[in-house]
Design a protein around this ligand. Sequence first.
Ligand code: AMP
Ligand code: ZN
Ligand code: FE
Ligand code: FE
Length: 281
Amino acid sequence: MIDLHTHTTCSDGTDSPLTLVKKAASSGITVLGLTDHDSTAGWAEAVASLHGKLQLALGAEVSCLTEDGVSVHMLGLLFDGENQPLQQLLADSRDTRIPRMKKMIENLQGAGFDITLEDVAAATPLGATLGRPHLADALVAKKIISSRDEAFAGLINNESPHYVSHFAPTPEDSIKAIRAAGGVAVIAHPFASRRGQTLTPESFNSLVAAGLNGIEVFHRDQSEEERTQLLLIARELDLAITGSSDYHGTGKLNQLGESTTAAAEWERLESMASHRRVVSR
Ligand code: AMP
Ligand code: ZN
Ligand code: FE
Ligand code: FE
């Protein structure tokens, strides 16, 4: 079972890299993609925790914004973790998440909610990429709402008046940075319309021109119809097709291995990286 998209406490997941690796090995995963938001901080612990037959595809999920302001996530896998331009791009994204969080908190305070940056810091694991899920956890701790899901359905939704975006590269720039670092770029859940505005079918052409390698088709946030459309686009543009859980521990309902990638598609993707970087024990 190949699951190429998961999160740990290094971003907004709730399992440490060690726990995630153990769970993946015991649930029959053969290749695990480690893709924390805008961070490679979990790589070392995951590698040190490897045992048995599990293989690791180290990566990151890069937050992007199109020229039109549409939020897009780009999975980078098998890139050189020491690549400075890519690490700088990730660091810039993480840095702007702090003033962004301050603004969202000010908006919530202005609307009368009793929430502070200290509350959010207390809900954020040390070294994690700061995100709205941590704000949601702080709101739950303060009994303002009852779950992350409730927070995302209302108070901190993209369409909410309290929402603030943060700096992010365009998807094209992030693809170029991932490829220049020797990795492969797979666009994550591109048609997940239940999350908000999505890419148009036409926009895939410029992603391919920038070096896109694959499309995440099988993902719980994409309907049958959205998957069918994406399969057609992938075939037309000769892109690899992936499926993944986007596991977040208890932070989301998503279960490890609930959607998977076919072995042949993974072999194809792996062959497009500059070096063989899959980690096995
Ligand atoms: P941010 O990057 O700070 O804007 O936060 C977005 C992140 O929140 C995404 O990466 C999702 O994984 C997570 N997220 C979105 N919707 C939900 C939800 N309903 N429940 C839990 N986490 C969510
Ligand atoms: Zn997330
Ligand atoms: Fe995502
Ligand atoms: Fe994700």
